[in-house]
Design a protein around this ligand. Structure first.
Ligand SMILES: Cc1cc2nc3c(=O)[nH]c(=O)nc-3n(C[C@H](O)[C@H](O)[C@H](O)COP(=O)(O)OP(=O)(O)OC[C@H]3O[C@@H](n4cnc5c(N)ncnc54)[C@H](O)[C@@H]3O)c2cc1C
Length: 510
């Protein structure tokens, strides 16, 4: 790329999945790793920062960079090698979880860790070190990564694993794309005997009951996840439903291996007669407090009726529940929503989470979707995981609640820091450096930034998220890049222009 990036790259308004903010960015989607390397080299020469973007499924500003270039890796989605004997895949960074399972399931392999949607890219999953509903049992995505290639700011590509460059391996996994570009991922998949899971549903009459259900079943579950009705109060605070799932052993699936066929994993084209593609329009009138309170009460009632039910469900249907309703995020309207996910140590989790739910109700800002999971610690430097519990919560953003909501998140963050908890940046749109400095061990953050200085001495790799949560730490590493561009605005101030891309989620899951 010989012409100046600043001249040739168009600006595009990009958003995070929650659509609560957006940023105009210089956008480029290289078609080869060599082209990606040339863009990074040109940006470095021109003193522009580079932020990476996979499928843009992080809820906030993790994949945005208004002050430089956004390098979109979705055109780099090839599977480079598949070893069906050992279940090991080598892939380009932009291969999606969907692209992966579609290719491997008929050989009897499923990704060991998946998020709640199948659209993220492998590099996006590596860079956020995502977790699944089985984090308590198998750890995060990074625990199943055998090797990555990382393009450094110098243009050199290094291979990192538990034995080659192990310190960089443990920092780049969950390193928010700040240490370099992930250009190849080698991943070990989970052997499965069936395309189905045995799922059991349990009604929880309040949050203590939900924690009890989890604890009784932790030793005997492959997956556990809880939905919490955030509108319930008093003795019913935290009521909801737990889903437990088990892999089937050989001989347990009445269909045998036929359920491993890709077609058996597809989500149905309609739900109760409605075409899935239009369901979000049906949800939209309910996306307000009274409407969602009604929906939550109904869901709680249905959960009570389903208590003790046991059924078989495909991997896709169980894992990617949120993909049932394509474009559901549009139901929140043009001002979008934020997700805020807290991680709290086991000892303080019950009381802290009850306090968090009560605080939201006291402030008149209950969230619309709370999901509870159990976690375990892992060896990655900037990990969000701990021996404890997480609750992910979706809050609708409106013109009128904006200030109040950001204040509520500050209050909640104080509670979380006080309880010894952490946050998850893939979901974040609100945290400040002071929250992060207190929640993460200083020694670990120091080590991360020392490594960044070594791998990226001029501070080439940056994102809106990084500038927001690391503040002056990032400035200290950035000596060779320009910090301002005349038309770059902070993420929180939403532009009037609509984002230029709405991801299409109806493609192949029907
Ligand atoms: C409906 C829904 C459900 C979800 N459920 C879960 C869940 O259960 N568990 C969970 O952990 N997460 C969950 N997530 C969050 C999601 O898994 C993460 O945000 C993931 O990182 C998104 O991947 P992506 O490809 O869209 O990456 P993006 O969001 O585009 O980017 C994520 C990060 O990766 C960096 N990055 C991307 N590509 C590269 C590269 N090649 N090299 C270096 N850095 C790179 C970006 O700079 C950014 O910091 C969910 C998201 C949605 C929308």
């Amino acid at each position: 790329m010989s012409t100046a990036l600043r001249t040739v790259l168009p600006r595009r308004v990009l958003d995070g999945f929650g659509r609560a903010g957006n940023v105009s960015c210089r956008h480029v989607a290289p078609r080869s790793i060599e082209e990606l390397a040339r863009v990074v080299e040109s940006a470095s020469r021109e003193g522009m920062t580079v932020g990476f973007r996979g499928s843009g499924r992080s809820y906030g500003d993790a994949s945005l960079n208004g002050r430089g270039v956004v390098v979109d890796t979705t055109a780099l989605g090839r599977m480079l090698n598949w070893d069906p004997v050992n279940g090991i895949v080598d892939a380009e960074p932009g291969l999606t979880i969907e692209g992966l399972w579609r290719r491997t399931i008929e050989d009897g392999y499923w990704p060991a860790v998946v998020p709640g949607t199948m659209f993220p890219t492998l590099a996006g999953c590596v860079s956020m070190n995502i977790h699944g509903k089985n984090n308590f049992k198998v750890g995060p995505f990074g625990d199943h990564v055998l090797e990555i290639d990382l393009l450094k700011a110098s243009g050199e590509i290094i291979t990192c694993s538990r034995t080659k460059n192990p310190e960089i391996f443990h920092a780049a996994i969950g390193g928010f794309g700040l240490l370099g570009a992930v250009t190849r991922v080698r991943l070990k998949l989970k052997k499965v005997e069936s395309g189905m899971l045995r799922v059991n549903a349990f009604y929880a009459k309040n949050l203590d009951h939900m924690f009890d259900i989890f604890e009784e079943r932790l030793g005997d579950s492959d997956y556990l996840v809880g939905w919490v009705d955030s509108f319930a109060s008093g003795d019913a605070t935290g009521r909801g439903e737990v889903h437990q799932a088990h892999y089937l052993h050989e001989g347990e699936d009445p269909e045998g291996r036929a359920s491993l066929h890709v077609e058996r994993q597809g989500l149905p084209p309609t739900i109760m007669g409605f075409p899935r593609a239009h369901l979000w329009r049906f949800m939209r009138p309910f996306c307000n407090d009274p409407g969602w309170q009604f929906v939550s009460a109904l869901k709680s009632f249905m959960a009570m009726l389903s208590d003790g039910k046991s059924y078989l469900q495909s991997h896709v249907a169980f894992a990617f529940l949120l993909d049932y309703v394509p474009n559901w995020r549009l139901a929140y309207g043009p001002t979008g929503f934020i997700q805020y996910q807290i991680f709290v140590p086991h000892e303080t989790a019950r009381e802290t989470m009850k306090a968090i739910l009560k605080l939201q109700q006291d402030r008149g800002l209950p969230n619309y979707l709370s999901v509870l999971k159990r976690h375990r610690p892992d060896p990655f430097l900037m990990t969000h995981a701990l021996d404890g519990w997480s609750m992910a919560m979706d809050f609708r953003v409106t013109e009128s609640n904006h200030e109040k909501l950001w204040k509520l998140t500050e209050e909640m963050s104080e509670l979380i820091v006080g309880a010894g908890g952490k946050f998850y940046f893939a979901k974040d749109a609100v945290l400040r450096p002071r929250d992060v400095e207190r929640a993460y061990e200083t020694e670990k953050v120091d080590r991360f930034f020392a490594l960044k200085k070594e791998l990226d001495p001029n501070g080439l790799f940056e994102t809106e998220l990084a500038r927001r949560i690391f503040g002056s730490r990032l400035d200290a590493t950035a000596t060779g890049t320009q910090k301002t561009e005349s038309d770059a605005r902070p993420y929180r101030e939403k532009s009037d222009a609509p984002p230029s891309s709405e991801p299409i989620e109806t493609r192949s899951t029907a």
